[in-house]
Design a protein around this ligand. Structure first.
Ligand code: GDP
Length: 201
């Protein structure tokens, strides 16, 4: 399965601004600077579809992208950037929560964490929160090209322990630079029930 077509549709803040449609959404979530924009660009083979920000914390909107004229990628605001105020952090949490709470179209959340570090308190909370809402989560550890094989193996254990993953919970290592993990992630996205059903029919 491949992304053959991708198109930015709109940015939104509040639920009344979300795109109106009855197909499926796959949402991308992670700390600011985790590599979310780069990952969306590399998945879609587009250099600038999602904006790669040099100033972490700048992307505060929910961005909707139509994929293959079939379903949507939803880029949620990055959380946990240290240099913003507590009030601002709280309002970001509210954006994300409002989306997760109001979105029957959402069928899968791709949660990004940095492969080089132990997941932060925010990462752990976010993971538990999404599970609590009952969504399927695909965990992706970004920037894997920055690690040696040994470091990858070590960090795999640390991340799995910190997030209390069971054997059947998947953790995928990804690099937007050398594209490793890309096909596996696409397969997982295209396995999403509604996407699969519509693609086959
Ligand atoms: P976002 O804030 O989560 O959207 O993160 P960006 O995609 O803007 O990336 C943040 C920084 O990390 C940028 O300087 C990117 O070039 C870098 N980056 C993103 N993905 C990768 C990756 O897979 N490998 C490496 N080495 N750097 C990456």
């Amino acid at each position: 399965m491949e992304v053959k077509q991708s198109e930015f549709i709109k940015s939104a803040v509040t639920p009344d601004q979300y795109v109106e449609h009855s197909s499926t959404e796959v949402a991308f979530l992670g700390r600011s600077n985790v590599g979310k924009s780069s990952l969306i660009n590399s998945l879609t083979n587009r250099r600038k579809l999602a904006k790669v920000s040099n100033t972490p914390g700048r992307t505060r909107l929910i961005n909707f992208f139509l994929i293959n004229n079939l379903f949507y990628f939803v880029d949620l605001p990055g959380y946990g950037y240290a240099k913003v105020s507590k009030t601002e952090k709280a309002s970001w949490g509210k954006f994300i929560e409002a989306y997760l709470f109001n979105r029957p179209q959402l069928s899968k959340v791709i949660l990004l964490i940095d492969s080089r570090h132990k997941p932060s308190v925010d990462d752990v909370l976010m993971y538990e929160w999404i599970r609590h809402y009952g969504y399927e989560v695909v965990l992706v550890a970004t920037k894997s090209d920055k690690l040696t094989k040994n470091e990858l193996a070590k960090n795999n254990i640390i991340i799995r322990e910190t997030l209390k993953l069971t054997k059947k919970d998947k953790l995928l290592f990804y690099s937007s630079i050398n594209k490793s993990g890309r096909q596996e992630l696409l397969d997982s996205i295209f396995q999403t029930e509604n996407v699969k059903g519509k693609e086959q029919s």
